[in-house]
Every structure is written in structure tokens, then in C-alpha cells.
Design a protein around this ligand. Structure first.
Ligand SMILES: [Zn+2]
Length: 358
């Protein structure tokens, strides 16, 4: 499993910081130039070309030429593959994925915790072929400390003010003992577990807060970050997986396509749809860390079916209230859905019954 942690670049000296600014200026100038050339078909659009064929970037060195070409080609190809009206991509904010040829990271024994050794495209003064290298000091923080005994991946992600390091460790075997927990994602409640725990009650207020901001504005972006932090915080704090062996969640693919009446009206809310992958990603990471089997299932009908007798009817559900028109079972509709989802897991007794019937 892989995890990432961000580190600030603020502990670098002013001179190093200004070299990073220069790197970004040079990179963005060449990135935009390459995008322009690719867009106008003035140079061939491949996934990769030899740095010898990159003749329009001056003396950047082969590695940066290739990095920039690949980056530009990715942007242009994904824009061209998009549906609808396409206009030439203009670069504003971006990060640079620097691979192991240009960077190495190492642990440190002095007052800093790590160093990044970064080769820049700038030539050393008075030398013909040598490039400037800088060492950037990094300090650990609460999140990065979790990965102290993990392997450090070689490539890094650089922005103007921080660097993201990737840590890797073998995913541990999943537990054999424990319970099966189903998770329903809702509108008013962020998630509901099949054990009746409601996590993120009143999360719809977050959606209204976001919708009051102008899309793309600074306040809008800030609210999205707050929202993501809130999701992580709530799930970390409230979802205890210590005695769970399997977590069953709705498969995003089925949710997205909205098949078979699973979509609720409120679900057409774009803001909520953005939250789906965030929550699924968080739950998957948490499952891996707790040795819990993570199962995604097609959530069709889980909100209309009775979790006690299986009777399915769209009138079983009225907003937050579930009342089975066949057996009279009643419950909170999110909880009823979460129980149905838990029944679809690999380890659930229902799954075994179903297999026996077949
Ligand atoms: Zn029923």
C-alpha cells in the first residue's frame, strides 16, 4: 500500500527557494510552449519521445526535456479525448512529478528529518555540462511520522511551496475474525454503518455552505479543503475497525451511472457526488491499515429493499423513514440500506446462503 505526505519547503534557504521559483518559471514556460506546439500539430503527439527530438527547449538537459514533453503530451491528450468543446489548455497551477533520475531523498541525523537532493536544469556557472543540485531540508509532522518505518518511493511531487513524498509498505493480510460492516453514503448523514452508527450527521450543511460560494473562487476552494479534512477527521474518529474483518461499500461505478433507481432525488446534487470518491478512498485506506477486507458491491435497490424480509418496493422508503410494505419492518432508511449492503459482502452469512442456492 502507498500513502503520501506533504512537507513544506519553508526550511530551505532563501537562495534555494528562489532556485525553485526559477525552476517553476522555466518549467511552466517550456510546458506551455510544448502544449502550444502539440496543440497546433507542429510537433508529433506521442506518449514519449527521445530527448534528441525535443529541439525547442534550448539547453534544459535531456531529463527535464523528456519530463516536460511527457507532461505536456498528457495534458494535450486528455484534453483532446474529452467530450464537447475543446480549447487549448492554459497552464496555471501545476505540480511537477520528478522521477528518481533527478531526485533522491534521504533520512537525516541532524535537526532536520529528511533531505531531498534535487538536480535542477540550470548549469553550474563556468561548467559546460554540470547541473546545479540543491539539498532541501524537510521536517516531519504528525501525519508523516506514521510512515517512519515505511519505504520511501523514489519519485516526488513538487509544487512551489511544498513537496509530496510517497511511502510504501506491503499490505498486510486481512483478518479472519471479526464482523462484517456495511456502509451507506447518504445526503444528510455522510455515512451510516449497518450497526446503526451515523457519522457526519447534518453533512448536508457542508454542501449548502459550498454552494453559497462562487465556484472556482478562493473561498470555494478553501471550503472544499475544509470538507475533505472534515471527512478524514470524522471517519478516523468515529469508525473503529478493530473488530471488523470486512467492510462493504457501494461501488462507485454503479452509483455514478445511476442504474436501477438507486439514485435518490437529492443525489443529483453535484456536490454530494464529489464526496463519494473521497469517502470511498478514505474507507479503503483505513481498511488496509486495519487488515480489513474491502468489498465494493452494486448498491442497486439497497435503499428500496427490506433488510429483514427482502421485499423490494420503491414506496418502502419515504425520505428518512423505511417501512416495509410486506412485513412491516421499520427503520431509518440509511440504516436499512447499510444493513442490505452488509449482506452483500464476501463473508456475510447471506452471501453464503445465496451461493448455496445456486
Ligand atoms: Zn420486510
Amino acid at each position: 500500500m502507498k500513502r503520501s505526505a506533504k512537507f513544506t519547503l519553508k526550511f530551505a534557504t532563501e537562495k534555494k527557494k528562489s532556485l525553485i521559483v526559477d525552476l517553476f518559471d522555466l518549467y511552466s514556460k517550456n510546458l506551455q510552449m510544448t502544449i502550444d506546439l502539440l496543440w497546433e500539430n507542429k510537433v508529433p503527439l506521442h506518449k514519449w519521445i527521445s530527448s534528441k527530438d525535443v529541439t525547442w527547449m534550448g539547453d534544459l538537459g535531456g531529463q527535464y526535456k523528456q519530463l516536460i514533453y511527457t507532461h505536456a503530451s498528457q495534458i494535450v491528450r486528455s484534453t483532446k479525448n474529452r467530450k464537447g468543446k475543446k480549447s487549448k489548455p492554459e497552464i496555471k497551477n501545476f505540480s511537477i512529478t520528478i522521477d528518481q533520475k533527478m531526485v533522491s531523498s534521504e533520512k537525516s541525523n541532524n535537526s532536520f528529518d529528511k533531505w531531498i537532493r534535487l538536480r535542477l536544469p540550470f548549469l553550474k556557472p563556468g561548467r559546460r555540462a554540470e547541473r546545479i543540485e540543491i539539498l532541501i531540508p524537510l521536517k516531519n509532522h504528525k501525519q508523516s511520522l506514521k510512515f517512519e518505518d515505511w519505504n520511501l518511493c523514489k519519485s516526488i511531487l513538487l509544487t512551489r511551496s511544498y513537496v509530496t513524498l510517497i511511502f510504501e509498505k506491503e499490505t498486510p493480510e486481512t483478518k479472519l475474525e471479526g464482523k462484517v460492516l456495511g456502509i451507506d453514503q447518504g445526503y444528510k448523514n455522510l455515512i451510516t454503518t449497518s450497526e446503526g452508527k451515523f457519522i457526519g450527521k447534518g453533512f448536508d450543511s457542508v454542501y449548502s455552505k459550498i454552494s453559497r460560494k462562487k465556484q472556482g473562487s478562493k473561498a470555494f476552494k478553501r471550503t472544499l479543503i475544509e470538507r475533505n479534512n472534515e471527512i478524514g477527521y470524522l471517519i478516523n474518529k468515529e469508525l473503529n475497525l478493530s473488530d471488523t474483518k470486512e467492510l462493504v461499500v457501494e461501488d462507485l461505478k454503479s452509483v455514478k451511472s445511476g442504474i436501477n433507481g438507486r439514485f435518490r432525488k437529492s443525489f443529483n446534487n453535484r456536490l454530494q457526488r464529489w464526496v463519494y470518491p473521497k469517502v470511498i478512498g478514505k474507507l479503503e485506506r483505513l481498511s488496509q491499515e486495519n487488515r480489513v477486507l474491502f468489498t465494493k458491491v452494486d448498491p442497486s435497490y439497497t435503499s428500496q429493499s427490506c433488510s429483514l424480509c427482502g421485499f423490494r418496493h420503491k414506496d418502502n422508503r419515504k425520505n428518512e423513514k423505511f417501512l416495509c410494505l410486506s412485513c412491516g419492518y421499520t427503520n431509518h432508511s440509511d440504516l436499512n440500506a447499510a444493513i442490505n449492503i452488509s449482506h452483500m459482502g464476501v463473508y456475510s452469512p447471506h452471501a453464503k446462503e445465496n451461493r448455496m442456492e445456486v
